[in-house]
Structures are given as structure tokens and as C-alpha cells.
Design a protein around this ligand. Structure first.
Ligand code: URA
Length: 246
């Protein structure tokens, strides 16, 4: 059956659909030895040899998903032109093409999923499925109940108003506060920008929950593989069958 090249790549676990498009546009994907740099190409994966960086797709690679407790200071891209440590440096003993499900800033720590399942990634990141992510932010500045309500109702940022969120103060001191914020969007530096919009500067940021998953039992810099039960509930959160046709 013919399918779009980017869909074939993401189903093979090479990358998310968007990343696969970037791979194609940058000329890293070949079909029967010829580079294909257009996004519209449809073909039957059984009838052609498709390769990324010269490496043929290895048929159906087993999909595996890991929960990682990211430390501060490493980037959640697969490579870094400034030579910083990446999250993949922690997965050297896993012989799979893993990539992170979304991103955390270099100076954010906490829960990050890594997988080689492009379809699951797509579902978890798609705005339609509104997957909850919970952050603990240590802030300086005066955090008040009125500001919490503003955060919860939607803050006006330069890229538009944020969707309704849940916010509560866990601790308050004369210098600042610890705030728990649950959002389902995934805009760039969203938590820092939301808190800046109410006059608070984030000094420490940790993601403590993603969907129903928490960091329980996973030390900073360590990971564990998700159980079959956890994967089943992630698939449900990520739209189930619906996310396969995105
Ligand atoms: N919001 C941020 O500001 N940073 C992150 O890393 C994640 C969410």
C-alpha cells in the first residue's frame, strides 16, 4: 500500500512526523539510493529500499518508551551544535533511535519521555488530545491568589492567550513561592513566560507529571521503561486509534 514518505518514516520509529519532514527536506532520506527532498512523495515501503543517512529502515523496529528524569544542563534535542550534553547521552546502552517526546529547556529538570514510536509521540504532542503536564516552579516575586486566578484563566502572551490551566501555591516565603502549574499546551518556554507575565521570575523548574505518569522511583539522571499497562493508558490519552490517522 502506498503511503507518504514522512508517514512511513514515523511509523518505522525513525522520528515524529514533523522531524521526518525535516529529515526529508534536508536530503537525508533516500529511496532506492536517490535522495528524495519533496514532502508529497507516496510509495509502497515493501517495494522500495528507504534509508536515512544511508541506513535502510529495518522493517518494524520494536517500539519502546522510557520515562527519564532529566537533570539540569542537558538539552532535549538529539544533538547540540554547542557541544552540550543531550538526553540521548543517558541512553547510550539502548541500541534504538530514541527521541524525546517534546522538549524541556536545558535548565528545566524532570519528567521527559523518550521513545522510538513516532505515532505515539504525535498523539501525545497533538493539541487536540490536551495531555496534562504538571510543573513545580520556584519563583521570586509576589505570588498572590489573584495572579493564580489569572494564570488559571489564561495569560496573554505574545503568541496569544494560554488555555485554561490549574495553578496553586504550595509554599510562600518573603522572597517568593513554589507554584504548581498544570497546562496542556506545549509552547516554547511556556511556564516561564506565563509566570513572567504575572511578574514572577522562575529560578527552578521541574516537570513532575506527564499524563498520568510521575517521577516516582526514578532518580535524577536515570530512566525506566514504561510498563505495558502504562503504555495502554498513554495510548488512551494520546487519542488511541484516532492519533494513527493524524
Ligand atoms: N515551560 C518552560 O518554560 N520550560 C520548559 O522546559 C517546559 C515548559
Amino acid at each position: 500500500m502506498e503511503e507518504r514518505l514522512q508517514k512511513i518514516l514515523s511509523h518505522a520509529g525513525v522520528a515524529s512526523r514533523r522531524k521526518a519532514e525535516e529529515l526529508i527536506l534536508s536530503g537525508r532520506v533516500t529511496v532506492d539510493g536517490e535522495a528524495v527532498q519533496e514532502l508529497g512523495v507516496k510509495l509502497d515501503p515493501m517495494a522500495h529500499t528507504i534509508a536515512v543517512d544511508g541506513k535502510p529502515l529495518s522493517g518494524a523496529e520494536e517500539h519502546r518508551t522510557f520515562l527519564f528524569n532529566k537533570p539540569r544542563g542537558c538539552v532535549s534535542t538529539v544533538s547540540d551544535d554547542r557541544g552540550r550534553r543531550t538526553v540521548l547521552d543517558f541512553f547510550r546502552d539502548i541500541p534504538l533511535r530514541l527521541y524525546p517526546v517534546g522538549r524541556l529547556d536545558a535548565d528545566t529538570e524532570g519528567l521527559l519521555l523518550l521513545t522510538n514510536d513516532g505515532v505515539l509521540t504525535q498523539g501525545l504532542l497533538h493539541p487536540r488530545f490536551e495531555v496534562d503536564k504538571t510543573y513545580l516552579a520556584k519563583v521570586t516575586g509576589d505570588m498572590t491568589e489573584a495572579k493564580l486566578r489569572y494564570l488559571a484563566d489564561g495569560v496573554l502572551l505574545e503568541d496569544g492567550r494560554t488555555a485554561p490551566a490549574r495553578a496553586r501555591i504550595l509554599e510562600k516565603s518573603p522572597k517568593g513561592a513554589t507554584v504548581e502549574l498544570t497546562i496542556h499546551e506545549g509552547r516554547n518556554r511556556q511556564v516561564r513566560r506565563m509566570l513572567a507575565a504575572v511578574g514572577c521570575k522562575v529560578t527552578q523548574l521541574e516537570r513532575i507529571r506527564f499524563g498520568g505518569l510521575t517521577l516516582a522511583g526514578v532518580a535524577r539522571g536515570s530512566y525506566r521503561e514504561l510498563t505495558a499497562q502504562e503504555l495502554t493508558s498513554l495510548w488512551r490519552i494520546a487519542g488511541g486509534q484516532e492519533c494513527r490517522s493524524l
